[in-house]
Design a protein around this ligand. Sequence first.
Ligand code: PRP
Ligand code: ZN
Ligand code: MG
Length: 225
Amino acid sequence: MRTHDRLRIAIQKSGRLSDPARDLLARAGLSFRESRDRLFCYGESLPIDLLLVRDDDIPGLIAEGTCDLGVVGQNVLEEQALERLEDGRGEAFRAIRELGFGRCRLSVAVPNDWDWPGPARLEGLRIATSYPQLLARWLRGQGVAAKPVVLSGSVEIAPRLGKAEAICDLVSTGATLLANQLKETATVFESQAVLVAPSTPFGDARADLAAMLLRRLDGVLSVRA
Ligand code: PRP
Ligand code: ZN
Ligand code: MG
């Protein structure tokens, strides 16, 4: 059991959110000494450490108490919150600040040469995605019955491989869709990076550390807005 006089923040190890997350924490006055393996960064200016992990692991690390705070996309957070709900596990984490970077959208895309009269076009089809919960919620709202095909990566090549007719994946610049002869048709979920915390407040020294960090972050975020 680790001591709770230091705060531990999980951020993405390498990816779209890594640099902006580190930049934000630096602006809030945090500095770190990197370990040899570059997975753990010891807080030097304050007793606040960093853990560098896969973004998809961040909600789980918060839920189990391995990390105290995290920076993750709303897409990952909401997907895993819905999954917990479905499994009957309780609410374990929540977004406490929108951070204004990492904006992207989860969208349905279909082959370029399809006509698109509307979501009913998807009826009975297979849709490849890494976000089955968000997709299923959207399909229910549209009254469309389609079959999610869950893939953890390279979702955009599923139609060419004959694994699905359409996809539902993150779009940022649109370059990935373009390169794969797909066109964006409907937005399922709008996302940006958020600060995530456990649903249950810290009952120890971490509460004061978190409150101080939030005051500093709010200062940085208000200047940016
Ligand atoms: C997403 C998505 C696409 C790409 C789209 O992956 O899966 O591959 O970004 O971006 P574009 O519209 O700018 O081409 P990302 O690497 O962000 O997330 P992941 O590694 O967690 O799947
Ligand atoms: Zn990911
Ligand atoms: Mg990807």
